[in-house]
Design a protein around this ligand. Sequence first.
Ligand code: 5GP
Length: 189
Amino acid sequence: MAKLFVLSGPSGVGKDTLLQLLLQRVPGVVKCLTATTRPPREGEQHGADYLFLSEEEFTRWIAEDRFLEYARYNQAYYGTPRHLTEESLAKGLDVILKIEVQGGLQVRQRVPEAVLIFIQPPSMEVLRQRLTARATDTPEQIEHRLRIAEQEMRMIPHYDYLVTNDDLEQAVDLLRCIILAERARIAKR
Ligand code: 5GP
């Protein structure tokens, strides 16, 4: 049976790079496209990076129960369209949802057999350095992201696995091992 994996972790922790490498290295796993109401960033494309929906469309989809989970984050809505995960799972593909923690906890409730993985930075200081090096945020925005990161990290006990992104290669390898081990797990009735 194909499985649903949730990958969460603070902004700047390196989730995108990890996920990109993981998808290259583990056959049979796909990332699920998700929807948001935030405007596209430079270079982002509808249908490739996100389904970019208006607030009106997004709230209609909520009313029609079209999301497996959704959350409000940074003044925008984000949600996983149920049909996209179902289509991939039905093809026998494992699905990874790269979503924030409120969404992760909803998946836990709705799909108890989902596997929740949290990516943490080696320390808050390293996270601060990475966010600073990205040079996309003002110092105030960085402090704001760090406060959110602390709140997100309080949710670690609700997750199944904790991966520290210190050395990139080691972190990708650990993620790969988690997926392979979960595939080998014997389902309990
Ligand atoms: P960004 O705006 O930087 O692309 O994403 C902000 C946060 O929203 C990230 O933590 C990202 O993983 C999360 N996110 C992306 N799609 C979804 C989704 O469908 N549901 C939830 N709950 N979070 C999402």
